[in-house]
Every structure is written in C-alpha cells, then in structure tokens.
Design a binder for this molecule. Structure first.
Ligand code: DAH
Length: 343
C-alpha cells in the first residue's frame, strides 16, 4: 500500500501500485478476501481513490495523463471485480440475495383423495360421539371369520376371496374383525368407527382392485334398535352427501348381523332422477349393515341378553370414485402425481 502523502506518485510508483493491486486481486479466493480487496483498493478510502484525490499535486503538464491513467486503473479493477469468478457461482443461481423476498416455495404434498373422503366421513362420526379404533392388516382366521360367525367351511367365506399367508393368518378381507378386537378391549356403551385397508384376491379392473378401504361402525348399548341404525346412517348420509338425501334399505345377508341390510343412498348428483353415475336407477349402493349377531356379541364377551348393537361397513373407494367423478379405481394406487395433484 502507498504511504499517505500530499505529493502525487510518479509514473514508476504508479506501476508499482498497479502491480500490487494486480497481486492482491489475484490472491482473492473467496468472498471474505474479495471484500478485503474491495475496501483496500476500490472503497471510498481505498488506494485508487486516494490516487485520484492527489491529482492536484501533479505538475500541470502531466495532470491529464496522470488523471487518465488512474481513472483507467480504477475503472478496470472495478470492472474485473464485478465480473470475478467468486461471484459467478451466486449469479448462476439467481440475482443477489434479497432478504425481503419470500422464501423458496417448498413443494407441498396433498392428502390422497381416499384419505380426504375417509377424513370427511370420520369427522362426521366423531361429531356424533363415535371414537376411532384400528386393527392389524394381517389378521388371524379367528378374527376375520370365525369370531364373526363364519366357522371353517362356512359357505359365506366364499363371498370374500382371501389372500392367505399361512393356514391361520391372512390379509383381512374386511374391517369387521376390528369389531371383535374393540369388544375385547371395551365394555358397552361402545360407539366406535374402524377405518382401514382391506384385501381381496379379485381380478383387477376399472371397478375392483386387490386392496381397498372401508370404514366399519359399531354401536353397542342397552336398547340399541334398528331405528338407531337407520337414524345414525341417515344423519351421516345427510351430512356427507346432501341434507335432503334419502336412504333405501334392502334386506341382505351377512353372517355377522341379523337382520342384515344393504343401504342405498339417493344419488347425490341427480337427486334420484337417474343419471350416468347411478346408471339411471337414482340410487347408489354404498354400505352393508345390520344388528350385531348374538354369536358375535358372545365372541366379544358381551352379554347378548342385556345388550344389542348395530354395525355397518362402508366402502371408501366407491364413494371417492363417485364424488370425484373418477372412472378407474386403479388411479388410486398408481401414485401418479399428475392424478394426485388434482385433489
Ligand atoms: N364386512 C362386510 C363386507 O366387507 C361389510 C359389512 C356388512 C360390515 C354388514 C358390517 C355389517 O359391519 O354389519 O362386505
């Protein structure tokens, strides 16, 4: 660095300063050393500015040449400094850091459409005072069939094509086994829904898949009647679909309920007039239900003389297909983000 002086440096001295500046510039390795260089040479009190200030001390006839040279020196270092490589790394990703800008957007996932439907249904039942319980996907023959009044060789087992893992263990074919697990853990009044994934060895097509989701419901207390079943499911349907929805209750058969019913919900799209979604019938088949069979209560160690209950099972996929207007059930399981981003 040049020592403070009131006299202007001679030409050979300027050469020396230029060499020093050149060396200092060449020694820059990172932002910190760049800043040191900037302050020493280019800053307001830097060496190159200082040279300019001393132009008055230069003999009149040399002033022009001196001024031009120092100006050029300053300009060229400023120029090279601005284009220097330790900056390009930053400039390649964007402009200089602006702390006022919002943060980089972090890509955000969204809930799977099936989970949205499940959550909406669950919240309605939670509001009615139901609690939520879960059971294992890998079940024993006992919970999936036997305790639900389907002993070995019972023909009703054929209603559900089962993936067996061993002779005694299988992938649950429905969420009904969680009814038994809940009864084993709790005493009436029991008011619980049991959402979960279930598996069936079915041919895969646009309408059926080897796994799907259900929400099971169970209500056991003294004096629970079929009217409670109707009232609960009607209240649910009116909140979930449309507040004027009607239900159609058809007799059916399930080994674990007596009597058993299947319940159709008035088509929420055409309001019962008949459309493409309900195939012109005005009704949608959405759930199975019934009064809990005394043998099932017994399997759950609940006194069937004192208590009664109702149960129901709702398939989630079918309702999601209908609600979102999706044509192929396989979309739910392909994890294609172009599909998933729409929800
Ligand atoms: N578990 C039956 C199925 O998957 C559905 C069902 C019907 C569940 C009647 C119930 C019920 O709780 O009461 O086909």
């Amino acid at each position: 660095m040049s020592e403070p002086s009131t006299t202007a440096p001679s030409s050979p001295r300027l050469d020396e300063i230029q060499r020093e500046a050149e060396n200092a510039f060449g020694a820059i390795t990172d932002e910190a050393s760049a800043e040191t260089f900037r302050i020493a040479y280019l800053g307001k009190k830097g060496i190159l500015r200082d040279l300019l200030k001393r132009v008055g001390a230069v003999p009149e006839d040399q002033r022009r040449a001196y001024g031009a040279r120092v100006n050029e020196l300053h300009r060229s270092f400023e120029d090279r400094f601005a284009r220097a490589p330790w900056r390009t790394a930053h400039q390649a990703v964007g402009p200089a850091f602006d702390p006022g800008l919002p943060a980089f957007p972090v890509p955000q996932g969204s809930l799977h459409p099936l989970m949205k439907i499940r959550n909406a249904m669950r919240d309605i039942f939670l509001n009615m005072g139901f609690s939520v319980a879960y059971g294992p996907d890998i079940e024993t023959d006992y919970y999936n069939f036997e305790a639900l009044n389907m002993p070995a060789f019972h023909p009703a087992r054929d209603m559900q094509d089962t993936f067996y893992i061993t002779a005694t263990h299988l992938l649950r074919t429905h969420t009904s086994p969680v009814q038994i697990r809940t009864m084993e853990l709790e005493r009436p009044p029991i008011r619980t829904i049991m959402p979960g994934r279930v598996y069936r060895n079915e041919e895969i097509s646009a309408r059926s898949y080897c796994l799907f989701h259900q929400i099971e419901g169970l209500y056991i207390d003294e004096g629970v009647s079929f009217a409670d079943l109707k009232g609960t499911l009607l209240a649910f349907s009116r909140r979930f679909f449309d507040d004027a929805t009607r239900l159609k209750i058809r007799p059916s058969f399930f080994p674990f309920t007596e009597p058993s019913v299947e319940i159709d919900v008035e088509c929420f799209l055409c309001k019962g007039k008949g459309c493409g979604i309900c195939k012109g019938s005005g009704w949608l088949e959405v759930l199975g239900a019934g009064m809990v069979h005394p043998r099932v209560l017994a399997a759950g160690d609940i006194d069937g003389e004192r208590y009664t209950g109702f149960a129901f099972g709702i398939g989630i996929e079918r309702i999601a297909l209908l609600k979102f207007g999706i044509e192929d059930i396989r979309f739910f399981y392909e994890n294609d983000v172009r599909f998933l981003r729409q929800f």
